[in-house]
Write a protein that binds this ligand. Structure first.
Ligand SMILES: C[S@@+](CC[C@H](N)C(=O)[O-])C[C@H]1O[C@@H](n2cnc3c(N)ncnc32)[C@H](O)[C@@H]1O
Length: 168
């Protein structure tokens, strides 16, 4: 397959993800990230069917997840971005095959009312690794939250302040 873009940073391929990944060597990838269509009936320029029966959508997702898992190196990371509705069954599928690390919830509210349902307030970013230990993991330090008026800390940490890293 010929890349559509090549720079010093790497190569970019455009095509059906299953076909592209089938050409990738087993256990050769450090990180695999999927931002698939969410089966919400959207119109994509690629004209893919985004309105499938649930079982068909999930079968398709499991097919490319299998490929992602195949190409991952031991210690490699797999991220899956989707609605909680789909990441619940897909997370269970991955959980039988990889090691769960985190369900990262991303606050997304469009605040549009939906009849007879609660409004979904987050999207789910699942983080799994192949094997027991991640090869690379550098969590961000979050600054200690402070009042923007007086600069004082917003929490008292229940007497454990001395255990906190001053860098957050
Ligand atoms: C939710 S969008 C992701 C958008 C992307 N993360 C971005 O920021 O541009 C899902 C994308 O998956 C693409 N897609 C759908 N089926 C695909 C397939 N079989 N192989 C590769 N890409 C596919 C769609 O065309 C669409 O661009």
């Amino acid at each position: 397959m010929i890349p559509i873009l090549e720079t010093g940073l790497g190569k970019l391929y455009q095509g059906d993800c299953l076909e592209v990944m089938r050409g990738v060597e087993e256990a050769s990838v450090d990180l695999a990230f999927a931002d698939p269509p969410f089966n919400l009936g959207k119109k994509y320029t690629s004209n893919i069917d985004d309105d499938r029966a649930s079982h068909e959508y999930l079968d398709w997702c499991r097919a490319w997840l299998d490929e992602m898992m195949r190409v991952l190196k031991p210690g490699g990371a797999l991220f899956l971005w989707n609605l909680p509705k789909w990441n619940l069954p897909l997370g269970a599928y991955l959980n039988d095959r990889l090691t769960f690390r985190h369900w990262i919830s991303v606050d997304i509210k469009y605040s549009l009312p939906i009849q007879k349902r609660l409004y979904p307030s987050h999207y789910a970013l699942l983080y799994f690794i192949k094997g027991d230990k991640p090869t690379v993991f550098h969590p961000d330090r979050q600054p200690v939250p402070c009042c923007r008026h007086c600069g004082g800390e917003l929490r008292d940490y229940g007497g454990y302040k001395d255990k906190m890293n001053p860098m957050g």
